[in-house]
Design a protein around this ligand. Structure first.
Ligand code: GLY
Length: 368
């Protein structure tokens, strides 16, 4: 089993990664539970695949589990479902020192973590992420949120979990498209500051997507270790370090907004294409070599993620896409920080990017 410590000052915890961990969830959580009952929040799909096994693992260590099973999908990250989770946790008489459990993908983790941050002014929680995206990104680092009419993830809190359990076997019950989208976040860690890991991705990405458990464990452990290092250095994203995790997200967010945050472009797919665009824009600005940018595009496209805007068939221009960026939550006093690259593994935060140049670049990309 890989155990990755996340050394957040005042709230350190471990991420444990192992194939088959879901069936041993009870045993791993037991030392974090003060009572012989635990509250578990999940969604319908995850419950159908895993409830029986997870429930049995808690029974085996003398813990009864109470389940709140929510509708699956992004729509669940809402005020309405947040109120439902909070009311349910209060009805379960959850106390501040208890740890509740979020079992699911990013939607369940973000929503349950946010509910935990407010119940009794903050109770504990354990993340058991069941999608690749949640395992390598959203379950680690304590960002929790819901979506509102004003946009995605605009209301939330930093609230760190007490433990994270990641089981690569959970990916077997998911559509390949979801795992492929989550894999974009794995590649991201190579591009941020670890060129050898990007090379590892080039050599092993296809194997991982085909279900190889050793490749999955390595990818999750390397990604979590990278994220742990970054969030320990800059938990609240104030020092320009955690912002590196947004590589590909500004271009990606604009494309997600244009496609209505729908199944037309999943978040991870937007991030993958966003990283290709960040690389190509960096090359156009003379910051990185065209060869490196082409290599990034070749890997992302090669494993089946969208790698060009044209493939999305959008009916808009670059100015409209750049306009979506103005509503990005990373806007800072009227300027939008961009993550650009000097090479593979050399991402940096650029604060002086001209949105007119971005719009012109995007116009050219639409026809490429
Ligand atoms: N997903 C970006 C972050 O956790 O900061």
């Amino acid at each position: 089993m890989a155990v990755i410590p996340v050394a957040i000052a005042g709230a350190p915890y471990d991420v444990r990664i192992e194939t088959g961990l879901l069936e041993r969830a009870g045993e791993h959580c037991r030392p974090f539970l003060r009572k012989d009952r635990v509250a578990i929040v999940t969604d319908e799909n995850v419950a159908a695949s895993w409830r029986q096994k997870v429930e049995a693992s808690f029974s085996a260590v003398g813990v009864a589990s109470d389940w709140l099973i929510l509708p699956a999908g992004e729509g669940t990250k809402s005020w309405e479902q947040l109120a439902r989770v909070v009311d349910w946790l209060l009805a379960q008489e959850v106390e501040r020192k208890d740890n509740i459990i979020a079992l699911g993908g990013g939607v369940i983790g973000d929503l349950t973590g946010f509910a935990a941050s407010m119940v009794k002014r903050g109770c504990g929680f354990i993340q058991i992420p069941t999608t690749l995206l949640a395992q390598v990104d959203s379950s680690v680092g304590g960002k929790t949120a819901i979506n509102t009419a004003a946009g995605k993830n605009l209301v939330g809190a930093f609230h760190q979990p007490a433990l994270v359990l990641a089981d690569p076997l959970a990916l077997d019950t998911l559509p390949l498209r979801d795992t492929r989208a989550g894999y974009a976040e794995v590649i991201k860690y190579g591009l941020i500051d670890d060129a050898p890991f990007f090379e590892w991705c080039e050599a092993n990405g296809a194997k991982l997507l085909a279900g190889d458990s050793s490749a999955r464990e390595t990818a999750i452990a390397k990604s979590v270790a990278a994220k742990a290092r970054i969030v320990a250095a800059d938990e609240k994203e104030t020092a320009g370090i955690r912002a590196l995790l947004n590589l590909g997200h500004t271009f990606g967010h604009a494309l997600e907004a244009e496609t209505g945050f729908s199944d037309r472009l999943l978040h991870g797919e937007g991030v993958g294409l966003g990283m290709v665009l960040a690389a190509r824009f960096s090359a156009r600005q003379g910051l990185m070599s065209g060869q490196d940018a082409a290599r990034i595009g070749a890997h992302i496209g090669g494993i089946g993620l969208p790698a060009s805007i044209k493939a999305l068939g959008l009916d808009c221009n670059g100015r409209r896409l750049a306009g979506h960026m103005l509503h990005d939550k990373k806007m800072d006093a009227g300027t939008l920080p961009f993550l650009l690259m000097r090479g593979i593994g050399e991402t940096f935060l650029a604060k002086d990017v001209d949105l007119n140049e971005v719009a012109a670049f995007l116009d050219d990309e639409m026809t490429r």
